[in-house]
Design a protein. Structure first.
Length: 210
């Protein structure tokens, strides 16, 4: 099964993609993770992407599509995949189509903006081991300290309130039109807002029949 996870930043796309990946036995392709890895490793594309990500802006299409195309060509994607974080614009969607990339369904996870703001500004991460937490939903045992390695937890630049608001504005302006794009192709499946991860997982399972 070939899927796109769609929704606002912080809607839970990555969490649900990981659950689906295990259930379906196909890899999750997260452009956010690919880009963050490139940034952390200081690669040329990582340095190029960092200035955009820090400002809450979209990374240029040619960078995104190039990364995705390379990843989808790998052997583990031959039986299917879950794409998380791309496409984010009509231009990217068209570029994916032109490159021959096709999907069975596009899952649109609906979450109100106020809920997104609360979720993202509460996130904390460990720069040492990569573990993630949330001050309310999944706090560390000791405030500000990673349970796994004892590192000092930080707020990612793109989780700061002003950056989250900027990302939401960009999403509504540039990415939300993709709903119509994929609805016209008959592959859009809307996942209504749910109060927790488990309920969202059940709703997705019902939609996909799995």
């Amino acid at each position: 099964m070939k899927l796109i996870m769609f929704g606002a930043p912080g809607a839970g796309k990555g969490t649900q993609a990981a659950i689906l990946s295990e259930r379906l036995g196909v890899p999750t392709i997260s452009t956010g993770n690919i880009l963050r890895s490139a940034v952390k490793n200081g690669t040329p594309v990582g340095l190029q992407a960092k200035s955009y990500m820090d400002a809450g802006k979209l990374v240029p299409d040619e960078v995104i599509i190039g990364i995705v195309a390379e990843r989808l060509a790998e052997a583990d994607c031959q039986k299917g995949y879950i794409l998380d974080g791309v496409p984010r614009t009509i231009a990217q969607a068209e570029a994916l189509e032109q490159s021959g990339v096709q999907f069975d369904y596009v899952l649109d996870i609906e979450v109100p903006d106020q809920e997104i703001l609360q979720r993202m500004t509460g996130r904390r991460s460990c720069p040492v081991c990569g573990a993630t937490y949330h001050v309310e939903a999944a706090p560390p045992k000791k405030e500000g300290v990673c349970d796994s390695c004892g590192g000092a937890l930080t707020i990612r630049e793109d989780d700061r309130p002003e950056t989250v608001l900027s990302r939401l504005s960009t999403y509504h302006e540039q990415t939300e039109p993709l709903k119509d794009f994929y609805a016209q192709r008959g592959v859009l499946k809307v996942v209504p807002f749910q109060n927790n991860i488990e309920a969202t997982t059940r709703a997705i399972g019902e939609i996909l029949g799995i």
